[in-house]
Ligand binder design. Structure first.
Ligand code: ATP
Ligand code: MG
Length: 565
């Protein structure tokens, strides 16, 4: 039976084409991909791209995707990071095949393959110091020099490697290196180190090992042991591919996955490096890895971005080998689009002015109910109560309005959303001239109908003071003041510390008023505040019915494009 392997409605790209060809030719019956993070930090938006790609391909082609912790650098890794990585992948809507894998589970196998390489005369124990090794390595234009230890006998190498494992030598005093070619044009092939001595406690293997395998050596073998068919990574590993293949070609292993590279995502006004994000956390510039200003998956979650929004973003930015520098507006646009039909809508006033409705009359002035979403009647309705005092947004009133003003002004009319048309009769100011109250009158004939004999175009949101619920509202803005904070060079040509470009106004905390309908909301409930934006109750600090805390996810319109222009 012949299969059409093209999933519908998914934008194609070169990796899909390779997979489709491999399935069609019968090279593979089923694809197996993997997502291999190092548990040395929380995952960020760049990883989200890689997750959507690897897990997405497995889903689309009925294959499998493994989650593998690439844990070969014990000093920087921890179980906290492992847990957050698992949580982030699940939250994005993906699940891995079987159990989580760990490169550290392969330490015994990796050791045995190293012994096999030594036996075959393809690996040797080297005593050069790190500094000497650098000098011997040569440069891009000059070949390297062979290590004086390169011609040790197999017996001596086996003995030394065993003793390295047994802890007989100090940290850093010896390495195990592959014997490839010191004059190779590709520096990765100049007798790369595959094991180093490091007495460090490992989050899973404890103190069992004092030698640890290097990334390039570990990665290809881990892929092969798991039967990965397509090993997809970012472009900086393109030059490592010959080494990936060399290792697999020189050991006895029945599987040889193929490595394919795509360009990494760079998101403007954000950093996509765990090391740099870690610095923001440890230096206290943000409240943690999950600070809503962080481009981490946990940060984006707390900010209110939806998994669907991030997946849509990943789909839009595509997969290729050319530069992938993306404006924040693309991410926000995707988030906004997915929230539009999902988030119930309520009214909130974040910067209030008090309005007294002078002709409010008990028993005459009445309220209406309103749907939570104009296109989703199944979201239900709530009452939108009115009282003598209401709040409106300060910028919905202008004493001296600009041309085409459709909001409230002295002597003008406006409709209160889901309620009456009101007219402003009087403006009350404090000693400094700041407006502190408006006195308005209701046209009692306008509830649910148009006023007779005139048109009132403007509609504003508002909230009944007697019914409003106070909320702490956290207004987030971009974390940096420049688009590429880690790519700015000073006069000396050196990179300037990106900490200098932190936006001091990236968080503003205010008290706003929201409809009482939201007081029963659980943590992580999203709403659209009409005419303002999307908000989510904070995952940690919001306490249902007691302390309402909202994070601003994104405004209703794209303010980024305008600001960064
Ligand atoms: P970082 O520099 O942030 O630590 P990394 O590439 O070292 O990034 P890993 O944990 O090794 O982080 O990455 C796991 C996977 O995610 C790798 O396959 C890597 O290529 C991919 N990845 C990391 N950053 C990006 C990015 N910005 N865009 C796309 N994929 C990425
Ligand atoms: Mg890394």
């Amino acid at each position: 039976m012949s299969h059409d392997h093209t999933p519908t409605a998914m934008p194609s790209h070169f990796i899909r084409q390779i997979i489709e060809a491999d399935l069609t030719s019968g090279k593979h019956q089923q694809i197996v991909t993997r997502f291999p993070p190092e548990p040395n930090g929380y995952l960020h938006v760049g990883h989200a791209k890689s997750i959507c790609l690897n897990f997405g391909l497995a889903e689309d082609y009925q294959g499998k995707c493994n989650l593998r912790m690439d844990d070969t650098n014990p000093e920087k890794e921890s179980d906290e990071y492992v847990q957050s990585i698992k949580e982030s992948v699940r939250w994005l809507g993906f699940d891995w095949d079987g159990e989580v894998r760990y490169a550290s589970d392969y330490f015994p196998a990796l050791y045995d393959y190293a012994v096999e390489l030594i036996r075959a005369g393809k690996a040797f124990v080297c005593d050069l110091t790190a500094e000497e090794m650098r000098a011997y390595r040569g440069s891009l234009t000059e070949p390297g020099k062979e290590s004086p230890y390169r011609n040790r006998s197999v017996e001596e190498n086996l003995d030394l490697f065993t003793r390295m494992k047994n802890g007989e030598f100090p940290d850093g005093s010896k390495t195990l290196r592959l014997k490839i070619d010191m004059s190779s044009g590709n520096v990765n092939l100049r007798d790369p180190v595959i094991y180093r001595i490091r007495r460090a406690h490992h989050h899973r293997t404890g103190d069992q090992w004092c030698i640890y395998p290097m990334y390039d050596y570990t990665h290809c073998i881990s892929d092969a042991l798991e039967g990965i068919t397509h090993s997809i990574c970012t472009l900086e590993f393109e030059d490592h591919r010959p080494l990936y293949d060399w290792v697999l070609d020189n050991i006895t292993i029945p599987c040889h996955p193929r490595q394919y590279e795509f360009s990494r995502l760079e998101l403007l006004y954000a950093l996509t490096s765990k090391r740099k994000l870690n610095a923001l956390v440890t230096e206290g510039k943000v409240t943690g890895w999950d600070d809503p200003r962080m481009p981490t998956i946990e940060g984006m979650r707390r900010r209110g971005y939806s998994p669907a929004g991030i997946r849509l973003f990943a789909q839009r930015i595509g997969v290729s080998k050319s530069e992938n520098i993306i404006d924040m507006s693309v991410l926000e646009g995707a988030v906004r689009e997915t929230l539009e039909g999902e988030a119930p809508r309520v009214m909130a006033v974040l910067d209030p002015i008090k309005v007294t409705l002078t002709n409010f009359t008990d028993g005459v002035t009445s309220s209406r109910s309103a749907p939570f979403h104009p296109h989703h009647p199944e979201f239900g309705e709530r009452d939108v109560p009115i009282s003598r005092e209401i709040y409106i947004e300060r910028d919905d009133f202008a004493e001296v309005p600009p041309p085409k003003w459709q909001r409230l002004t002295l002597g003008g009319e406006v409709r209160l959303r889901y309620s009456y048309v009101i007219k402003c009769d009087e403006v009350i100011k404090d000693d400094t001239g700041r407006v502190i109250e408006l006195k308005c009158s209701i046209d009692h004939d306008t509830l649910g109908q148009n006023p007779v004999g005139r048109k009132v175009k403007g509609v504003i949101h508002w909230i009944s003071a007697a019914h409003a619920v106070e909320a702490e509202v956290r207004l987030y803005d971009r974390l940096f003041t420049v688009p590429r904070p880690d790519a700015v060079r000073g006069e000396d040509g050196e990179y300037v510390d990106f900490m200098q470009f932190l936006n001091p106004a990236s968080l503003k905390i205010i008290t706003g008023y929201v409809e009482s309908a939201v007081s029963s909301a659980a943590a992580e409930t999203r709403y659209q505040f009409e005419r303002i934006g999307y908000f989510i109750t904070d995952r940690y600090d919001h306490q249902t019915g007691q302390k309402i805390v909202f994070n601003r996810t994104v405004g209703l319109k794209d303010t980024w494009a305008a600001q960064s222009a």
